[in-house]
Design a protein around this ligand. Structure first.
Ligand SMILES: NC(=O)c1ccc[n+]([C@@H]2O[C@H](COP(=O)([O-])OP(=O)(O)OC[C@H]3O[C@@H](n4cnc5c(N)ncnc54)[C@H](OP(=O)(O)O)[C@@H]3O)[C@@H](O)[C@H]2O)c1
Length: 324
């Protein structure tokens, strides 16, 4: 079969025209013909050997990348979603066929929105889980999306709007992209180049949830801005750290920010989120299938994927390999 393969952590992937079709075994018992695979930042980091799970997914070489996919089961022709962790290490989805665990596969309705759905399911979880399942918000609360101009951030704005949140603050560094976010549902925007004054002028209501895709100096500024100017601070504030797209791996965390605002900093893996991952995925399948949420994608071939692997993708757009 045709597959994108990596031969080491130091070389980019190349195309193989005659890679063996994977055989099923007791654990990975379902053979799936792949239709659509997103090229995630995660796939690139794993294949470059720079992600903590690189050696788990690529235990030997040659090895096929591709953490999630939509495809068709070979045994019954059902359209299925293969989430992360469902495929056998070494037999990722960037190939004509892959093998997956029966109990991880999710059946899908037939849909014309394969690319948006496959690219968005894991990214949209990073906002739906915190905002709906971890600490449900009320419409009068505030959501701050730090790094809202990226692929996941744009979905987060749509998720917050879908949940009925009336105060959605988007941050980013491009005025043009921040303006476009207003059309998706953002109600305030702050340029990260002048984040301190922007935060000082912004209006917060109710409890505050911050979905943080950037980290670094913008996050430090947000945490500093939480220090109240009066003792009457009676709101709960939670910051969910999702990504570090600003490439600044560390922040400054003033003790006062925690002591005065009570801000809690969480990752995505909270007890409530872990319990509700499947429910959130099912909900997102429905929202993406009906077009209520939409990820911005650009379709590429497997050959294109090899060419663009080490190029920076267009901002806010996810490439999806289509195998039909
Ligand atoms: N844990 C998970 O499951 C999960 C899922 C999805 C994403 N993530 C993580 O979340 C982060 C964002 O993902 P993504 O898919 O949205 O990435 P993306 O589409 O590449 O977007 C990154 C965004 O960050 C912005 N940005 C970068 N540096 C900035 C800075 N210094 N100030 C302001 N904006 C800045 C970029 O702005 P420009 O548009 O101006 O270039 C871009 O819009 C990544 O770290 C990713 O790994 C994690």
């Amino acid at each position: 079969m045709k597959a994108l393969i990596i031969r080491s952590f130091t070389e980019p992937p190349t195309i193989s025209e005659d890679f063996p079709i994977p055989s099923v075994d007791r654990t990975y018992s379902v053979l799936v013909k792949v239709l659509a695979v997103p090229i995630e930042n995660l796939d690139r980091a794993v294949a470059a050997g720079t992600h903590y799970s690189s050696s788990f997914w690529h235990q030997s070489f040659p090895s096929i990348p591709g953490a999630s996919a939509i495809g068709r089961r070979v045994d019954n022709q059902h359209l299925v979603y293969l989430p992360g962790m469902s495929m056998r290490p070494g037999n990722g989805a960037m190939a004509e066929y892959t093998v997956a665990k029966e109990d991880s596969i999710m059946d899908l309705e037939e849909t014309q929105r394969l690319s948006s759905m496959v690219a968005s399911l894991s990214s949209a979880q990073t906002s739906l889980l915190p905002l709906k399942y971890d600490q449900p918000l009320s419409p009068s609360d505030t959501v701050i999306i730090n790094g809202a101009t990226g692929f996941a951030g744009k979905l987060a704005v749509q998720v917050a709007r879908h949940l009925g949140i009336r105060n959605i603050i988007a941050t980013g560094r491009s005025e043009e992209r921040l303006t476009a976010l207003r059309r998706l549902g953002a109600t305030q925007s702050i340029n990260t180049n002048s984040i301190q004054s922007g935060l000082a002028q912004s209006e917060l209501s109710g409890n505050v949830s911050i979905i943080d895709y950037l980290w670094g100096s913008a996050t430090t500024a947000i945490l500093r801005s939480l220090i109240p100017t009066s003792p009457a601070n009676l709101r709960q504030t939670i910051l969910y750290e999702i990504g570090s797209a600003a490439h600044e791996p560390e922040i400054t965390l003033p003790a006062t920010a925690i002591r005065t605002s009570g801000v809690q900093i969480r990752g995505l893996m909270t007890l409530n989120n872990l319990k509700n991952r499947s429910a959130a995925t099912r909900e997102l399948i429905s929202l993406l299938g009906s077009g209520v949420l939409q990820g911005d994608t650009e379709d590429v071939t497997l050959e294109d994927a090899a060419d663009i692997w080490r190029k920076t993708p267009s901002s806010g757009i996810r490439n999806v390999i289509r195998m039909e």
